[in-house]
Design a protein around this ligand. Sequence first.
Ligand code: PLP
Length: 286
Amino acid sequence: MSRIAYVNGRYRPHRDALVHIEDRGYQFSDGVYEVCEVSGGRLVDERRHMERLQRSLAELHIRLPMTLRALSVVLHETIRRNRVDWGIVYLQITRGVARRDHAFPAPEVTPSLVVTARALSKTRNEALAAKGIAVVSVPDNRWARVDIKTVGLLPNVLARQTAVEQGARDAWFVDRDGRVTEGASTNAWIVTKAGTVVTRPAADHAILRGITRMVLFDAINAKGLALEERAFTLAEAYAAREAFVTAASQIVLPVVAIDGRPIGGGKPGPIASALRREFHRYAEAG
Ligand code: PLP
């Protein structure tokens, strides 16, 4: 079955799904995106993802090119046309097409909207979670507004490539004070020896406010686990009982090695595994 993408008002076969060379997303990374999990053909946490999308757009003064209700129809229709039962739906909105000039186009142009949907292998993802992943640390050299989910991801790309070249799956960014910010496309978590779950706060714009992260707070509280929203150092992470990452496309993935040092005896920890199992009880299914 051929894949179908939505591009600026039309559903197109993937190979013909094109945007203009002067789209500002292509020229300047002047756009934002969202990735939502699709489970049982349904969108997971659509409301929260749409709230974050609206915030990202507002921060960049890009307007939503259609109503939220219409956007929801496009997302669902793209999932349906691609027959995705389990996987992800991706949406990107850029400032639009205009003659190349750094300042915003005046008059304003219509923002571009692209939506794709892709099936993922649940079996492969479960196998990955059962084994756990290795991560490597890299200096956080991103801009100061990573709380906006922009398509400008070059530092994240380079970080992931470093991870791959070192035989790892993800990279953890570390700030100038030696404290972990987040993964290249995930939020980073540890469980201390005392059993406290720790993740970096989102208030200072140093991480993306992950939707999976927010849902996990509910799961952690419901389980009565101790939770601390604070920055943790790489040294603390090396000494942690457990570590894990979260993202909509992976839910919760246990981390079993950081910079080649085994975490939790090199096996997925019980807290990360339990949170992964129970995640969907706390997420909103559309
Ligand atoms: N941090 C970064 C840099 C990301 O790119 C992502 C997801 O793409 C996340 C965190 C996790 O966010 P979410 O749980 O909303 O997928």
